[in-house]
Write a protein that binds this ligand. Structure first.
Ligand code: ADP
Ligand code: CIR
Length: 356
């Protein structure tokens, strides 16, 4: 059954001239033949890993790993996708050890927009997966609940600025939920790419959000990844946002009862191959009315390896000249380098806007 699905998916993708996904590009006849009957020890198949791109031909990428082992069992598909998305990460490549930068390097991240004219808000997130659990595709309801219970206990160890409370999604009143989404603090259940990969199985079981009272340090539980650790605030003070993120990520990492999934080659493992390695996305919501989408803007985005999204999240439209600009690469470089590339790129975009 799974093998038939893969063969049919291959034929349909190849026949769709409008489909530009990496899945279409890298799911070759050879890959289909060699991987269609394989299974990981938890029972994940190639079908599980390609269902998103098969059901959504407008995917950019189109694949998700059903479990940790999928990255090796189905390496024939994942390796070229990883190499392509992260702009040069061949099977022989190895992700560097985590490095958030020296004190001097971090102190050099100053406010990118001290006049407050361009940057509305700044956010940095990292994703983490807990050892011993597969990704959404294979997770069962009791596993979601078990992870939630363990994480709730771990969150209790946050102190001072990072201390806060966990709010489960199940039972949250509608008005609170909608307000949290509108203010960019909470995730929604509406990403069809994620849905097709099984991202909303058993929803909202085990899903929730931890945040401090000021809502500048947050942790999403069981959205796309087991954890998304987030630091965010209004304005362009990237240094402050980064320092808070690093403190929070280190605190979680050192918790005696939670071990994160990491490999020598791919760094931290995530559900989507685009997030592997540092798993870090450092973004600003920025207004650039004179230069947005001009060839000069696009050249800077390319040069600093950045990505442009709509401000309500990935795959959303840009509204009123406000866009989300972030680092694109997360694998094959350190956390510090990923933030630095974005920092320099945003500085260049603001300089361009000022010159017009
Ligand atoms: P990610 O992949 O980092 O989780 P998404 O594009 O899916 O990012 O966005 C998740 C949420 O975070 C959305 O509500 C989005 O509006 C919000 N967000 C992302 N970047 C920023 C930012 N710089 N400022 C404010 N909100 C942000
Ligand atoms: C897609 O393939 O478009 C979605 N599964 C999201 C992939 C990750 N993000 C991206 O390429 N920007």
């Amino acid at each position: 059954m799974a093998a038939e699905y893969v063969v049919k998916a291959f034929t349909e993708l190849q026949a769709d001239a409008g489909c530009k996904s990496m899945l279409k590009k890298f799911l070759t006849k050879e890959v289909v033949d060699s991987l269609k009957d394989k299974k990981t020890s938890l029972g994940a198949t190639l079908k599980d890993c390609i269902s998103s791109g098969t059901e959504n031909h407008d995917s950019n990428v189109g694949v998700y790993a059903a479990d940790t082992e999928s990255y090796t069992t189905f390496a024939g598909l994942f390796d070229p996708v990883i190499d392509c998305y992260h702009k040069g990460f061949p099977p022989s490549a190895k992700h560097p050890t985590p490095n958030f930068g020296t004190k001097e390097q971090v102190d050099a991240f100053v406010d990118l927009d001290p006049e407050g004219k361009y940057i509305v808000s700044t956010r940095i997130r990292v994703g983490r997966s807990i050892q011993g659990f597969p990704f959404n595709t294979l997770l069962q309801a009791d596993q979601y609940s078990e992870m939630e219970t363990r994480l709730k206990e771990a969150f209790a160890s946050f102190e001072s600025e990072l201390a806060g409370k966990y709010y489960p999604l199940a039972g949250m009143d509608d008005a609170t939920r909608k307000q949290l989404i509108e203010d960019h603090f909470l995730f929604q259940e509406c990403d069809r790419f994620l849905k097709s990969a099984g991202g909303y199985n058993h929803f909202p079981t085990g899903r929730g959000i931890f945040h401090n009272p000021t809502k500048n340090f947050l942790i999403w539980v069981n959205e796309e990844d087991h954890l998304r650790i987030i630091s965010m605030q209004m304005g362009g003070d990237l240094g402050m946002v980064y320092k808070r993120l690093v403190t929070g990520a280190n605190k979680m990492e050192s918790h005696p009862k939670i071990k994160f999934t990491k490999t020598d080659r791919l760094g931290y493992l995530t559900f989507c191959p685009t997030n592997l390695g540092t798993t870090l996305r450092s973004s600003v919501h920025i207004k650039l009315p004179k230069t947005l989408d001009t060839p000069e803007f696009k050249a800077i985005v390319e040069k600093y390896e950045m990505q442009v999204r709509g401000t309500m999240g990935e795959h959303t439209e840009t509204k009123g000249g406000l866009v989300d600009v972030s680092n694109k690469r997360r694998l094959g470089l350190t956390e510090y380098e990923a933030v630095k590339a974005m920092y320099d790129g945003i500085k260049a975009l603001i300089a361009l806007e000022k010159s017009k």
